[in-house]
Design a protein around this ligand. Structure first.
Ligand code: V47
Length: 359
């Protein structure tokens, strides 16, 4: 171990916060095992041998989107063949059908539809919550919340309050991409910019809502952009805590406007998970999202700082549109088996990380 890595190890062992320079050093280091050992040390301190999962149902209300981000293969124009919008009744039935499977969460993500009014989204949350009050609704990325404010004339706070009154429990972490407006202007100029995204989460935290956060990596960003992104999340969490989990999302290029780019390597995926665990010393959970990492890399991630594998995710559409090679869903039994196979303890959680059952 060289001197710089030793000094980072000393900081981690003594719970001293890592700096931007430490993060940059870790990215350019090839000592993956040393980085992994430190990340695992941090993970063990928070979660021991536990790996969390939940049983959820993804509902993607529409794929018609005015944003058309370069990295996205899910969004389409209204006149394209593959376009769809669920009616409120269809969305309700789609959610209701999963309830008997034992789900504890509806994970609803939509798009920036040109015509659907805010009331459409509000009504879907209200109907599902009234029928199934025991099931947590995690819905709408900060980008969608910001868009709802634009189309309704309400403030972000009013939008969040209305959704909260209707039964919204928490926000997912999507739409963060890379919190750098130069990069956003190239990839996704028509949606919430960095400060807008952060402000929505800050407001949600002020309203007592938990949220997640993500980072889309492996496209046109640099390692410095990634570290600055992690530092922005860490700073918001210091100022207005409420992030429960961080999910690094490796960019899947197929069918996107960046299809010429190569998929990230497993080494980059694992290193990014580990560095996230080390930099984000104030966010408890780091998710290895099996849908895009694949089951094999997700299992390895448990030894590099991850303590969560997300959920059964019946039936994910955004990543699969971009070439995710995993199945569209995985059973609870399969998740339990793959966590045990890796030598860890499967813990079923609800959305807010209350332990439901240890297997
Ligand atoms: O915001 C879109 C990303 C996000 C691609 O909060 C892509 O628990 C890779 O945020 N390759 C939506 N990523 C999904 C998301 C999420 C998923 C699971 C759990 C949680 C959580 C959140 O997916 C988007 C965007 O950043 N994305 N296209 C792509 N081609």
């Amino acid at each position: 171990m060289d001197r710089m890595m030793q000094s980072i190890a000393d900081k981690v062992k003594n719970q001293i916060r890592l700096s931007k320079e430490d993060g940059l050093y870790l990215y350019q280091s090839t000592d993956l095992l040393a980085i992994g050992e430190l990340a695992r040390f941090k993970k063990q301190a928070v979660s021991g041998a536990n790996i969390f999962f939940n049983v959820n149902q993804h509902i993607n209300l529409t794929n018609i989107c005015t944003s058309r981000c370069k990295f996205c293969a899910f969004g389409v124009d209204a006149d394209e063949n593959a376009s769809y919008v669920m009616t409120p009744q269809e969305a309700f039935e789609y959610g209701a059908a999963a309830v008997e499977y034992g789900i504890t969460e509806f994970h609803i993500v939509s798009a920036m539809h040109p015509d659907m009014p805010f009331d459409y989204y509000l009504g879907i949350v209200r109907d599902l919550h009234q029928a199934f009050p025991q099931i947590h609704i995690q819905a709408f990325t900060a980008v969608e919340i910001f868009y709802f404010a634009q189309i309704s004339g309400l403030s972000v706070r009013q939008v969040l309050q209305a959704l909260q009154d209707a039964g919204l429990g928490s926000l997912p972490g999507g739409g963060a991409e890379i919190l750098n407006d130069e990069i956003r202007s190239q990839l996704c100029p028509r949606k919430a910019m960095s400060q807008d995204w952060l402000d929505v989460h800050r407001t949600a935290h002020q309203l007592g809502m938990k949220t997640n956060c993500t980072m889309l990596f492996g496209h046109i960003e640099s390692c410095e952009d990634r570290i600055l992104h992690l530092l922005a999340l860490r700073q918001l969490q210091d100022e207005e805590p409420g992030f429960q989990a961080f999910i690094p999302l490796p960019f899947l290029p197929e069918n996107t406007g960046l299809a010429h780019l190569k998929r990230t390597s497993a080494v980059d995926d694992i290193k990014t998970l580990a560095i996230s665990r080390l930099m984000l010393d104030n966010i408890d959970h780091i998710k290895a999202f099996w849908v895009m990492l694949g089951i094999d890399v997700a299992q390895l991630a448990f030894f590099f700082g991850a303590d969560d594998i997300d959920g059964t995710v019946y039936e994910e559409k955004i990543m699969h549109a971009a070439g995710a090679r995993t199945g569209k869903a995985i059973s609870k039994e399969d998740i339990i088996a793959l966590i045990k196979e890796a030598g860890c303890i499967p813990v079923e959680r609800d959305t807010l990380y209350n332990v439901l059952k240890t297997y």
